[in-house]
Design a protein around this ligand. Sequence first.
Ligand code: AMP
Length: 281
Amino acid sequence: MEIITDVAIMQQQAMALKKAGKSLGFVPTMGYLHEGHLKLVQQSVKQNQITVMSIFVNPLQFGPGEDFEAYPRDYDRDTALAEKAGVDLLFLPEHHDIFPNELSLAVKVNKRTNVLCGKSRPGHFDGVATILIKLFNLVMPDHVYFGLKDAQQVAVVDSLIADFNFPLTLHAVSTERDEDGVAKSSRNVYLSKKERIEAPHLYKSLKKAEQIIINGERNPQVIVQQIEAYLKKHTTGMIDYVEVLRFPDLTEMNELKGTMIIALAVKFSKARLIDNLLLDI
Ligand code: AMP
């Protein structure tokens, strides 16, 4: 595995690989790798001759008072895991190399952001879109891999690729979970023992909601209320949001029909956890 820290070298290397006719798969991450990230790598390795992973904790997608400074980092461990998973090229850029100057123009995501995490984290997806435009131009991938754990991100990246004509294919990969159903997340290390015991109830509440819909309930409000009541009963976390929306448009539905996302976010003392479930009826 080759490690590249320099932005210009990354782009030269990508150009050389393209010239040599290699297909490039790309997995952008913020590091502190877990099996969720590695699942994306596995898929890329299967579908491409070269797999590039980036690790960059992007300050633009953190709001004031969020956990940018405290975000877990362990580059040595990540390097070993990436290599073992089959990453060919690990891109570890420095902040000053990615952002040598203050940006002179801004990216603003207009659609699919007034709900879910976009609503509770204003500017988050503008930051995500900005870094991805940079990374896509540096890595020049043919295929990009994103996790459905961050389903709103998948929806926004889908629009970004279409709106700006990036010549690449998006692959959405299903959420990797611990045995008890907790979605793998770099932030899980910040759960207290008690919170970790409560955490499986997030996914349980989604599965219960899914069952209620399968049994015939079509009113989204009823689903939201059921999930909220369940979470209040079984966790000490503070509910940030519970929403049922059309997917991938992320628009509201009066009656549940078609492809939908049931999504939630819960704030624990040091970690805000998100989870979701996609359902087609
Ligand atoms: P992050 O490092 O949190 O920015 O995540 C990098 C990529 O890994 C994103 O596309 C995430 O959606 C994806 N990812 C994170 N957690 C999981 C998971 N549990 N299962 C599948 N993909 C995941």
